[in-house]
Design a binder for this molecule. Structure first.
Ligand SMILES: Cc1ncc(COP(=O)(O)O)c(C=O)c1O
Length: 380
């Protein structure tokens, strides 16, 4: 498989490639510039041999495939009926808040964080409670459990992003267990966004928080999707795992009038990804890890004013540009380098000096972005 080829995506309706003028290189939204795995393309073509595309439901084979995948990858044992299919993880987060968070209650979110998680509580007139992730002496971001215990006094829901966007942190079991146990102790609902779970570097393993104990599982809604790892976000398909039947019933009620059936082709693609997509995923994870290391080396050696936090998952690099002494780094790189990055302010009010760079692309594209950014800084 050749992942080095840059595909022309202008005029394909790609959100990533239509947001900015044509001379801008898009390195922002979490969408990779790699073609979809052949087994997924084949499954889509096979489905399109049948000329009817009415409303769809997930078939038992898909449920069984996902149950087997979760058991194999994470030693997490669920039942087929625990699965709820959705048109996206973001709708799942909002459904959970809509149907399960008490009116006017607090929703705890670690910062920085993916902006739709930060903005979701306000959609439902809930109060967002921020809990900053702190970097230790080695630059590793950690949850301050004492601060979490305190913050949980004013929250009924905890929104977790694991692996974490934008810092790429894969939460360790002990940290997750401490978070989960604190939520049990405070009787707080956990909504765990695990959309990046299948992108892992350096031999790391992902742990679903709900897999850690029955007490944690009972209060957790886990949201997953093949969309990030297999690069099929446009097919708008995700799933929730809700093992507690009463919680599942309430959660499902939250879809009423808002979130209906799931995309027919997305269900096919999801099935193909989890049955025949492992080999493609292994190659893409290895390529991404090399891109990450190449990027980290470039930042170290060619960009003295930028510091990169090394992601353990995701194809997103969180870059601290404070030492560049530029008022608005995202706007600077957009205007002067013609490179579109995500602005740190999307992820936290105090993150204006950060940018997020998407390295899920062929190496020549990443190199072109770096060359443009380097030139812009030299010319300044
Ligand atoms: C952490 C996280 N959650 C959710 C989403 C969006 O998921 P969906 O497109 O399934 O709503 C993204 C997309 O980048 C993400 O990074």
């Amino acid at each position: 498989m050749d992942l080095n080829t840059v595909f022309q995506r202008l005029n394909t309706g790609s959100k990533k490639w239509s947001q900015y003028p044509e001379d801008v290189l898009p390195m922002w939204v979490a969408d990779m510039d790699f073609p979809v795995a052949e087994p997924i393309m084949q499954a889509l073509k096979n489905r399109l041999e049948h000329p009817l595309l009415g409303y769809s439901v997930a078939q038992d084979t898909l449920r069984e495939t996902l149950v087997a995948h979760l058991a194999r990858q994470y030693d997490w044992h669920i039942q087929p009926q625990d699965l709820v299919f959705l048109p996206g993880v973001e709708p799942g987060v909002n459904m959970a808040l809509n149907s399960l968070a008490p009116v006017g209650s607090g929703v705890l979110v670690q910062t920085p964080n993916y902006s739709p998680l930060l903005s979701a509580p306000a959609h439902w007139k809930l109060t967002r409670v921020d809990l900053p992730l702190h970097a230790d002496a080695k630059g590793q971001y950690l949850t301050d459990i004492a601060a979490l215990q305190h913050a949980l006094l004013s929250a009924r829901t905890f929104l977790l992003s694991n692996p974490h966007n934008p810092i790429g942190k894969v939460f360790e079991r002990d940290e997750l267990r401490a978070i989960g146990e604190a939520c049990v102790q405070h009787d707080v609902l956990i909504v765990s966004d695990e959309i990046h779970a299948d992108i892992l570097f350096d031999g790391r393993r992902h742990t679903p928080i709900a897999s850690l104990s029955a007490d944690i599982a009972e209060r957790t809604i886990t949201l997953m999707s093949a969309s990030k790892a297999w690069n099929i976000a446009g097919l708008k398909t995700a799933f929730a795992v809700v093992q507690n039947p009463a919680l599942r019933e309430h959660f499902t009620a939250g879809r009423l009038g808002l979130v209906d059936s799931v995309n027919t082709l997305g269900l096919e693609a999801t099935h193909a990804a989890y049955t025949h997509g492992q080999s493609w995923l292994g190659q893409v994870n290895a390529y991404l890890q090399n891109n990450r290391d190449h990027l980290a080396h470039a930042i170290d050696t060619r960009f003295p004013g930028i510091r990169m936090h090394l992601p353990q998952s995701t194809y997103l690099a969180w870059l601290d540009c404070s030492a560049l002494d530029i008022q608005h780094p995202q706007q600077f790189f957009l205007a002067q380098a013609k490179v579109a990055l995500s602005c740190g302010l999307e992820f936290g009010d105090d993150c204006g000096q950060f940018v997020r760079l998407n390295f899920g692309c062929p190496r020549p594209m990443l190199e072109e972005a770096l060359a443009r950014m380097e030139r812009a800084l030299l010319d300044r």
